[in-house]
Design a protein around this ligand. Structure first.
Ligand code: TXA
Ligand code: MG
Length: 330
């Protein structure tokens, strides 16, 4: 595996990347880890079934769980999916950005059935992170990219997280530093005339509803761990090795503490280890720190991570979604 450090503040990063062997690795069906504004993605040519099969194998991901295809523009997305007026409104409002739209897959789409798990729908995203868009444009491929972690484990927000989990499977990793948003994209389903929030994420429910002018239906609740209706909504996910306990009212010396905001829970100073997601109580900062905080406390040696209460509006909804899955029985 070759590590490519990219300074996105330098105007010539595109030339450097284009001159590298990264694009040909992708068109040759190899796996490349690519940063986005949400998390690092384990990326392959979405039109190449064998390359997509490598993603499932590397992650240990069940093949019924489809992948998101990343493209450079709405026009590119429309080659693969049918966009009704609500889908178009959302795409125009939030792309490029941390929003994935699940729409009917076009019969003429070249995205492999493995990437879409044989479904008649396709998940499409135009990320704000410019590296993924650039690679899609240069290779001419929609890029399948799940989060670059072993299936069910904590998502990666830094190159080192990816390397720790997946190094043997990668041809390249592009290291552009920590991801700015730090939790995955929001997923909205637009396949039956009713917009549905399939996964809360980097765009808030409130912002989506502002554009749609109506309230979003929630994800289906009758989810079975082995046959989820919204494929990726497995109850246990983002799981650290430590046990997680939510809404802790106090800290104890044997347990690590994942705290939030300026208010201290009783005993906080005696906690085994502590990571404050945002000492000033800012949701965006907390989201950006969430997976790093979980990883840090997971390696602290404590068997249990207690999590302080975090309100559930705005980005708090996505943060609580990830925490609840991390705390779910396995
Ligand atoms: O921010 C993100 O979305 C990141 C970065 C890399 O872009 N990617 C990501 O991918 O989170 P992944 O594979 O970890 O999560 C994709 C989710 C899964 O829960 C999957 O089930 C769902 O998208 N999904 C994909 N295609 C779908 C479809 N056709 N219908 C319903 N859900 C779908
Ligand atoms: Mg994931």
């Amino acid at each position: 595996m070759q590590r490519w450090t990219l300074d996105l503040k330098r105007p010539d990063w595109r030339n450097a990347l284009e001159a590298s062997a990264v694009c040909s690795a992708i068109t040759n069906g190899e796996l490349v880890a690519v940063p986005t504004e949400t998390v690092y993605g384990l990326t392959a040519d979405a039109t190449n079934g064998e390359a997509c099969a490598k993603i499932f194998a590397a992650k240990g991901r069940p093949q019924f769980n489809p992948l998101i295809s990343h493209v450079a523009s709405l026009a590119d997305a429309q080659r693969h999916g049918e966009f009704d007026s609500q889908a178009l409104d959302l795409a125009k409002a939030f792309w490029p950005g941390p929003l994935t739209l699940v729409v009917p897959k076009k019969k003429t789409s070249t995205i492999s059935d493995l990437a879409t798990a044989g479904l008649s729908t396709v998940a499409l995203r135009v990320p704000e992170g410019p590296v993924m868009r650039f690679l899609s444009e240069k290779t001419g491929c929609p890029l399948a990219a799940p989060s670059a972690n072993r299936s069910g484990k904590i998502s990666p927000t830094r190159a080192d997280d990816v390397i720790a989990d997946l190094e043997p499977c990668l041809s390249f990793i592009i290291d552009a530093g920590p991801c700015s948003i730090g939790i995955e994209s929001t997923i909205v389903g637009l396949t039956d005339g009713t917009p549905r929030l399939l996964r809360p994420g980097g765009i808030t429910r409130e912002d989506l509803q502002g554009v749609l002018g109506s309230s979003l239906q929630g994800a289906p609740t009758n989810v079975q761990p082995d046959a989820p209706e919204a494929p990726g909504m497995l109850l246990s996910h983002y799981a650290p090795n430590a046990t997680m306990t939510l809404n802790a009212c106090e800290a104890v010396p044997s347990d690590a503490l994942l705290s939030f905001g300026p208010d201290r829970v009783p005993g906080a100073d005696q906690a085994y280890a502590e990571f404050n997601l945002s000492p000033r109580g800012d949701f965006a900062e907390a989201a950006a720190n969430l997976f790093r905080g979980m990883r840090t406390l997971d390696t602290s040696g404590a068997d249990t991570i207690r999590v302080q209460f975090i309100p559930s509006f705005g980005l708090g909804e996505a943060i609580n979604d990830r925490l609840q899955r991390a705390a779910a029985p396995r």
